[in-house]
Write a protein of this length. Structure first.
Length: 287
């Protein structure tokens, strides 16, 4: 067995850990009492799923401007001009006209929120360390989402958890984190982890290059063509140079992320950890 597997919980053990953390489910009455003691309908957290029209407008405007900024940078990088027209900025009136309020669904919304916050803690490059020192590794970014979805849905088997919805909790609270203060939810999770003598290691979210270009190359030999071989070699060199350029760009971007992290208040996950453990998690502040 790979020695690295000895440092991690099995899938069965990870599901057992979640069951101990949430014996009555993600939307159990115990969870509700901790994070919304006055009821879900009167909780500020409800805004995560039912934001005010003004908040929706701010989000759409931010998204629009980010896309336009990206298009402008791409045009400069490609030494090209943008000939297509630019869509107009959204207006508050547009949002009011299009807004269709949805009914409040306490159990479903609480389940989604807790699942997304769990993704923020267990995934996103961070590590949950259980009492015996092993990592509660529930999968990669999408794998973690599939794991949580199958756990919540009750469809996970002892053999595999890879058939779940890999997008349900993917990227956690990235789309709702500014709608409400999520510190109480993270603190609830950390209190439960601490009660099991588990700990958490923070890692700055970073992106890395994975080269899949060589997969599938070990096939049966075919008739060799010098011209085709030369083309393949040139293509391989071009791909390698492109990967190195992208890797350098990502390293520079990751360094900027680490620097910006020191210029802003700690994320809600770190703030919640401090509340529960009385200290900073390992990995914070980022080096």
């Amino acid at each position: 067995m790979d020695d690295r597997q000895n440092d991690r919980l099995t899938d069965v053990e990870s599901r057992a850990l979640l069951a101990r953390l949430f014996p009555h489910g993600f939307a159990g009455a115990d969870v509700l009492r901790e994070i919304a003691p006055n009821g879900w309908e009167r909780s500020a957290l409800q805004a995560c799923f039912h934001p005010a029209v003004e908040r929706i407008f701010e989000e759409r405007l931010r998204m629009h401007r980010n896309i336009e900024a990206w298009r402008s940078r791409r045009a400069r990088d490609d030494d090209a001009t943008q000939s297509e027209g630019h869509p107009p900025e959204p207006s508050l009136e547009d949002v009011r006209r299009e807004d269709q309020p949805q009914p409040v669904r306490p159990d479903e919304e609480l389940t989604e929120l807790v699942g997304e916050c769990l993704w923020d803690i267990f995934s996103d490059n961070h590590d949950v360390i259980v009492a015996d020192g092993r990592v509660a590794d529930i999968g990669s970014f999408r794998g973690a989402s599939a794991f949580l979805d199958e756990y919540v849905s009750g469809h996970a088997s002892d053999a595999t958890w890879r058939e779940g919805d890999c997008m349900r909790f993917y990227m956690g609270t990235i789309w709702i984190s500014w709608r409400a203060d999520l510190t109480p939810v993270y603190a609830m999770i950390f209190r439960r982890l601490r009660s099991l003598d588990a700990d958490w290691v923070y890692h700055v979210p970073e992106f890395h290059v994975v080269d899949f270009g060589t997969l599938g190359t070990d096939t049966e030999p075919t008739r060799y063509s010098p011209s085709e071989g030369a083309v393949a070699e040139l293509e391989a060199r071009r791909r390698e140079a492109e990967i190195e350029r992208l890797r350098a760009q990502l390293e520079a971007s990751n360094a900027q992320v680490r620097e910006r992290a020191m210029d802003h208040p700690p994320p809600a996950t770190v703030a919640a950890y401090r509340q529960v453990y009385g200290r900073d998690p390992r990995g914070w502040p980022p080096a």
